[in-house]
Design a binder for this molecule. Structure first.
Ligand SMILES: [Ca+2]
Ligand SMILES: [Ca+2]
Length: 112
């Protein structure tokens, strides 16, 4: 986990510099593990957004778009609050859409 909080775009760049991408927790087990990593206190960016088309959530890994069937939005999310929440954040309870300019923790993933 990156020490400082970053906006989604800063986070994306940091992950690229580290040779990876923003994490996309596709499996329940990984989501659970990440919640433990983040000490259940922090929320962190995940690699999904609806920047291009409102309401169409796209998740990206290093190669391109990935099909995440089991998106773990909490109830009433994504709600595009204030009309501009286009980036996904994982909280202990589940995923929220939030403003991309907000600052959050960051977990990058890299293929081995
Ligand atoms: Ca949105
Ligand atoms: Ca929201």
């Amino acid at each position: 986990m990156h020490d400082a909080d970053a906006t989604r775009e800063e986070g994306r760049q940091i992950c690229v510099e580290l040779g990876g991408v923003m994490v996309v927790p596709q499996e329940k087990e990984l989501q659970h593990l990440l919640n433990i990593c983040s000490c259940s206190r922090s929320s962190f960016w995940i690699g999904c957004n609806d920047i291009e088309t409102e309401g169409t959530w796209v998740c990206l890994d290093g190669e391109g778009t990935i099909d995440v069937q089991d998106k773990r939005w909490i109830d009433n999310q994504p709600n595009n609050n204030y009309g501009n929440q286009d980036c996904a954040v994982s909280h202990t309870s589940g995923w929220h859409d939030e403003e991309c300019e907000t600052t959050r923790k960051l977990i990058c993933q890299r293929s081995v």
